[in-house]
Design a protein. Sequence first.
Length: 118
Amino acid sequence: VQLQASGGGLVQPGGSLRLSCAASGSIFGINTMGWYRQAPGKQRAMVAAITSGGSTNYADSVKGRFTISRDNAKNTVYLRMNSLKPEDTAVYYCNAVVPTHQGAMYYWGQGTLVTVPA
């Protein structure tokens, strides 16, 4: 599975961005797709996730501001980010989970930088 993320950039506080992540390759087995972020000096943390059935999960810090969605026909997951804050500044990584007999395989995109200046 290959993941290609796009959509990051510089946005002023209160602004919006939409990230996209397209999956290709052996996509048949993908279950959950999601977004993680890593701010400078911090560990990578889950932002939002969505299952193939459409169930979603969000980090408390983004609830009500971010929306994750998924187009299964296009094998693409999106993250709509509204009311952005300086603390949202991070490299955002998309993620795909493929269940296996032994557990699961985790795939990562290359990361896209989101900068919200203070």
